[in-house]
Design a protein around this ligand. Structure first.
Ligand code: FAD
Length: 483
């Protein structure tokens, strides 16, 4: 009969695919018990959000990287598929595990699932412990003076900054006593696209996994952080961190980012104003997660009630043109093509394409949210839902609905030379900067010299922005009157 101290701790990896600053792993190692690292592909828990296609590509590579790093500690990563509750119960039974540890997720379905599993384990006398690896502050700890969650970002972030500094990150374990169990083969999960392989462009753009995340943060703090404040809105310049997919999968945590950034400021390598602006964007991630925690229907329903009756237009052809980057507005199309090719899109361009869908085309924001969910490598329930609601004007602290981006002016302001458009829309590459954001107004001779035939090599605009803007404002005034 096994001694009690030989009974393993089942360490359940979820959105925390890293060894450093992993409190559940740290506690499992500290328990002195053998550690059984497990990842469960849970597409069966009722109501669970299934990962989109681009996120599945990332997950495959991230799990492979995690398995490699665990391998250096002699601990094989056990892969299992199925309803998490059943898989955990089965593994506990088969391995005689005395405890199950994990880091918390904040999505409503994940919370409900985890509560059920915790209750099940406790009933069976199994220790169940959860930890915070994903946020600077737990959602139930940041409140306004009335004891309620914040609805305004600036007040929220001020309150976060007034709290104690986030805890220092934990080191990766140097050694552990491994336990093991039968595992699926990662290849058999078929997370990668095959016919066709639409993710070819992803490989050049990304290095999923903890090492890739660490290198990305170091590179950003060494080379780009000082440009961040001034240039973070320029899609033609690499001035942002591109940490979003790494953060979503928990290959790096916000505490690590916080402390590394503060250290770069203290060492004099990072300009304080620029670096703090960067941390304030990590604060938007925090705000979105807190919003989702307190508003379970954020991914489906507008936070502002009056938007429930907004007169949206369902328009399949316009939606398809938007998805394929064929709206005739170059900055919109460049963004949608960058998304398709790399699984990521620059934040400024996300705002422009989202405004275009919701306001110029009057297509429900949930359609855009769903497309992003399937195509972004950083697809994140909290950030995606909160951001779409923000652009649509129906979210917390949202952009006012009447703020409608003009895609031509936005293009000229944030991609002044047209380099971003040229990169993603090669058929416009020869157009001079003066015409690149509004090719339909270019003289015929300029178009001919650039090899552009509007309506053939590149579409004419699917809507006139001025007319579309008036239509959107009229739709908005209808819900305002009804409110
Ligand atoms: P940086 O500017 O370097 O910021 C650092 C980190 O802060 C990011 O990695 C991200 O985790 C966080 N962050 C930055 N901006 C925001 C923001 N506005 N809201 C929440 N967190 C932020 N981000 C996602 O991670 N997943 C999504 O599914 C997602 N969907 C979006 C949908 C729309 C319509 C819009 C307008 C924005 C969306 N964002 C989403 C937010 C933002 O665009 C990305 O986080 C950012 O572009 C990622 O690039 P970066 O890592 O270089 O960001």
């Amino acid at each position: 009969m096994a001694r009690d101290s030989d009974k393993p701790v089942l360490l359940w990896f979820r959105q925390d695919l890293r060894l450093a600053d992993n409190p559940a792993l740290h506690a499992a190692v500290a328990s002195g018990r053998p550690v059984l690292p497990v990842y469960i592909l849970d597409n069966e828990t009722p109501g669970a959000w299934r990962q989109g296609g681009a996120a599945r590509w990332w997950l495959h590579h991230s799990l492979a990287a995690l398995a490699r790093n665990l391998g250096t500690l002699g601990a094989p990563l056990v892969l299992r598929r199925g309803e998490a509750r059943r898989v955990v119960a089965g593994l506990v039974k088969d391995t005689g595990a005395a405890a199950v540890y994990w880091n918390r997720c904040y999505e409503p379905q994940a919370i409900a699932r985890d509560e059920t599993i915790k209750a099940m384990l406790k009933q069976d006398g199994i220790e169940a412990r959860s930890f915070n690896s994903a946020l600077l502050h737990e959602p139930w700890t940041v409140e306004n003076k009335a004891g309620e969650p914040f609805r305004v970002y600036s007040a929220f972030w001020r309150a976060c900054l007034a709290r104690d500094e986030p805890e220092a990150p934990l080191p990766a374990p140097k050694a552990l006593v491994p336990a093991t169990a039968e595992s699926d083969r990662l290849e058999d999960w078929a997370l990668l696209p095959t016919a066709p392989n639409w993710a070819k462009g992803f490989e050049a753009a990304w290095t999923p996994g903890e090492d890739g995340a660490r290198d990305r943060l170091t590179g950003f703090l060494d080379e780009a952080v000082n440009r961040y404040k001034a240039q973070r809105d320029r899609p033609d310049i690499a001035a942002t961190s591109r940490l979003s997919p790494h953060l979503h999968f928990g290959e790096i945590g916000p505490r690590q980012i916080w402390h590394a950034t503060q250290a770069a400021i203290a060492a004099g390598g990072a300009s304080e104003t620029s670096a703090l602006k960067f941390l304030s964007e990590v604060g938007w991630r925090e705000f979105s997660h807190h919003l989702l925690y307190h508003n379970r229907t954020l991914p489906e329903a507008p936070l502002r009630q009056e938007f429930a009756d907004f007169p949206w237009h369902e328009n399949g052809a316009a939606l398809a043109a938007w998805q394929r980057g064929r709206t005739g507005y170059p900055i919109v199309d460049a963004g949608m093509r960058e998304l398709w090719a790399t699984g990521w899109m620059h934040n400024r361009v996300r705002m422009i394409v989202a405004s275009f869908l919701v306001k110029d085309l009057l297509i429900p924001w949930q359609e855009g949210e769903a497309w992003f969910w399937d195509t972004l490598v950083d697809a994140d329930l909290a950030n995606n839902a909160a951001s779409w609601q923000w652009v649509a004007g129906c979210g917390a602290d949202a952009a006012p609905y009447f703020r409608i981006f003009n895609p031509v002016l936005q293009g000229g302001k944030f991609d002044p030379d047209g380099a971003y458009v040229r990169r993603w829309i090669p058929e416009l590459a020869q157009l001079p900067a003066a015409h690149i954001h509004k090719p339909w107004l270019a003289p015929d001779a300029v178009l001919a010299a650039a090899g552009v035939t509007l309506g053939e090599s590149y579409p004419t605009p699917i809507v006139d922005h001025g007319t579309a803007r008036d239509r959107a404002l009229a739709a908005f005034s209808r819900i305002k009157k009804a409110a």
